[in-house]
Write a protein that binds this ligand. Structure first.
Ligand code: PHE
Length: 464
């Protein structure tokens, strides 16, 4: 890359800028709010005992998620390039090694891997639009409703079809560029999703098991907590906030200089957490009222919500709308997952945005075949005891994102001067001091302890 201006304040991005502060918040919220909140959070909370998991999750969001998100945005805005180039550039400006660029590369790889399976699950949501429209859930028993997702999973042709359609849509939106593609989609998606979730919440209150659901989620029972589940809660916090892989860094690159990073981060974190909790508060009452299993796994949401829609007046309309919006939520997250890889290919190889999007999309589509087939043709296939989907999910959410996050905060907290970071965070203040303490000590040490504990490394070191 030629001609890098010396003063980062004057630098502008090659991909344009957000039209306003709201546009940035919308885009980051669009990236954060997705299948992670509605599909993943409830099933991992259910599989890990509920309440204690939820508490650990909230702790992770606060002491790790928030400082990592702020670090990512501030580095992104300073570098104003794709995550690889940004890390290299900012590291050099701060007098550190260009090898920091590898952190960006780790993120590019994580994005590609995550989207490979994310697209398959988003495909389930697309399929459920059609199922909703044709009334597949109306007045059906839990067995009949469950059979719909089972049927989809059993068919490799249908799984591949929807995976392909979703990847096609993602490529289309990313190819259109930052402003046109990203902004407009989020503007109606988040509010729409919120309204439908509130409708579902009212339904959940009428199931007769609302309190039981709340108890499951909010009365802590620490006996259910293991080292593994703490790691999964941490991984879920990274996944849900879209942090640790450069997605938010890439978005930060398009952020106007005057926007407050702490305010934007807090807004996004609150919105994301609210939607995840809301979703769980809807799903567990339905689980308990119908004698379903809270540990059903990845298809939990696709068994519970359709059952609810099938029992409520206007179910066809609500159900169709819901899966349309969920698919949109997945799409706005998919854009964030692709952006680091696409921006990198554009800047590194001088491809057009369109060519880069198509090329990266094809790679992701290909890797995703493993997940599309993991419930049918490849259901016997195991890597370290996990099926393809679970292995890719574990590697990315629980290892790559936390590791990327530690490196990002360590870089911002230790390798950037206080002057640089505080100027990005809006001047020296209590917020900067709090951020620095979390970014330098609490977040990295916390994440490394959890990682070491769950990989058995800690036991090895302490000799327990
Ligand atoms: N946060 C998104 C979700 O909850 C997933 C995602 C992860 C998006 C990482 C971008 C980057 O669905």
């Amino acid at each position: 890359m030629a001609n890098i201006p010396a003063s980062s304040g004057a630098r502008s991005s090659l991909h344009g800028q957000w039209s306003s502060r709201l546009a940035f918040i919308l885009a980051v919220t669009g990236s954060a709010v997705g299948l992670g909140n509605i599909w993943k959070f409830p099933y991992v909370a259910g599989a890990n005992g509920g309440s204690a998991f939820v508490l650990v999750y909230l702790g992770c969001i606060l002491v790790v998620g928030l400082p990592v998100m702020m670090s990512e945005i501030l580095i992104g805005r300073r570098g104003r390039r794709n995550p690889v180039e940004t890390m290299t550039l900012v590291a050099q400006e701060e007098g550190s090694s260009k090898r920091w660029g590898l952190v960006g590369a780790l993120g590019v790889a994580a994005g590609v891997l995550i989207l490979s399976y994310y697209s398959v699950i988003a495909g389930w949501s697309l399929d459920f639009i059609i199922e909703s429209l044709t009334g597949s859930f109306q007045g059906k028993s839990k067995e009949e409703v469950g059979a719909v997702i089972e049927g989809l999973n059993a068919s490799w042709q249908r799984s591949m079809l929807w995976h392909s359609i979703f990847m096609g849509l993602s490529v289309f939106v990313v190819a259109r560029g930052v402003e046109k593609g990203l902004e407009s989609a989020v503007r109606f998606m988040v509010p729409g999703l919120l309204i439908l979730l509130l409708v579902l919440l009212v339904f959940a209150m009428t199931t007769g098991a609302f309190m039981q659901g709340l108890e499951f989620l909010f009365t802590p029972d620490f006996s259910a907590l293991t080292g593994q589940s703490v790691l999964i809660a941490l991984g879920q916090a990274f996944f849900s906030l879209s942090i640790g892989m450069g997605a938010i860094m890439a978005y930060g690159a398009y952020l106007p200089q005057e926007t407050s990073i702490p305010n934007a981060s807090i807004t996004v974190v609150l919105a994301d957490t609210f939607i995840a909790l809301l979703s769980a508060m809807i799903i567990f009452p339905i689980v308990f009222a119908n004698g379903l299993n809270p540990e059903a796994g990845p298809d939990l949401v696709f068994r519970t919500l359709p059952l609810a829609f099938g029992q409520m007046p206007g179910g066809i309309v609500f159900s169709t709308l819901f899966f349309v919006l969920l698919s949109f939520a997945a799409l706005t997250s998919a854009i964030g997952l692709m952006e680091p890889a696409v921006a990198w290919t554009v800047e590194r190889f001088g491809l057009t945005r369109r060519a880069a999007a198509i090329m990266i999309g094809m790679v992701i589509w290909f890797v995703g075949i493993g997940t599309a087939l993991s419930t049918n043709l490849m259901s016997e296939f195991r890597i370290l005891g996990l099926d393809w989907f679970s292995a890719v999910d574990y590697l990315t959410s629980n290892i790559m994102l936390p590791l990327g996050g530690v490196l990002i905060t360590v870089f911002a907290g230790w390798f950037m001067t206080r002057k640089s970071t505080s100027s990005e965070l809006g001047g020296d203040s209590g917020i900067v001091t709090a951020w620095r303490f979390l970014a330098r000590y609490v977040a990295p040490i916390g994440v490394l302890l959890v990682l070491a504990n769950s990989t058995g490394l800690l036991a090895l070191i302490t000799g327990d």
